[in-house]
Design a protein around this ligand. Structure first.
Ligand code: AMP
Length: 209
């Protein structure tokens, strides 16, 4: 049995076609089912649908053999504990700094609200900017509006969320996409099955390119 951990939401929707090309269709409708483990049309594959930030943890500990998660989440988690064999080129977006429109220059000592604490720390340190990082779990856009922070670090896709809140994107930290990750022990123990799945994903991605 192969267990694949998939991030809820946008990533799940974007990876469904990839899974379907590999013959993996959930038996229950993931939109209406409350099951946390989904059996699929492949009797040797099950899906677990979990919060994005939990995907690397499940895969690292072998509770899932494989996972699909955004590079943003993988960077925060730390990459050493997992194999990351494939960029799935889905759920693409940018990790950026953003500030209120009327802030012309980022101050030398900046307060930054983000859920990407490690990544933000590294980014500002690499640019010689002294940053006080404030950890939030969501609605980062609110922080500059109510004086909690000067700046946020968040994912930007269309930019509409920033715009709707009077913010604008400033610096690109990294282009983000979802990656396939694999538990290191599973890669050895279930090598043939996992490699076959990776090859199938590669084929589908090559057709799309
Ligand atoms: P947008 O308004 O299109 O720029 O989308 C920005 C909002 O969607 C922010 O709240 C982001 O955290 C979230 N977001 C954008 N792209 C992604 C993605 N690929 N995965 C998860 N969240 C995303």
């Amino acid at each position: 049995m192969l267990t694949i951990a998939v991030s809820k939401g946008r990533i799940f929707e974007d990876c469904m076609p990839l899974l379907e090309e590999a013959g993996i269709f959930p038996i229950d409708d993931p939109k209406t089912s409350r099951k946390l483990i989904l059996d699929t049309t492949r009797s040797d594959v099950q899906l677990i649908i979990i919060r994005a930030t939990d995907v690397p943890t499940f895969v690292e500990y072998g509770a899932a053999d494989l996972g699909i998660a955004g590079k943003d989440v993988l960077l925060e988690h730390g990459a050493e504990s997992l194999y990351e064999p494939l960029d799935l080129k889905i759920a693409c977006c940018r990790l950026m700094t953003a500030t209120p429109k009327d802030l012309f220059e980022i101050p030398k000592r900046v307060r930054v609200a983000t859920k990407y604490v490690k990544t933000a720390q590294q980014y500002f340190a690499s640019r010689g900017i002294q940053a006080e990082i404030i950890k939030l779990y969501g609605s980062m856009e609110l922080a500059p509006l109510v004086g909690l922070a000067d700046c946020i670090v968040d994912l930007v896709d269309t930019g509409n969320t920033l715009k709707a809140n009077g913010l604008e994107p400033r610096d690109l930290i990294m282009n983000i996409s979802s990656r396939l990750v694999v538990n290191k022990a599973a890669m050895k123990m279930k090598h043939a099955e996992i490699q076959a799945l990776i090859e199938q994903f590669k084929l589908t991605l090559a057709k799309r390119a």
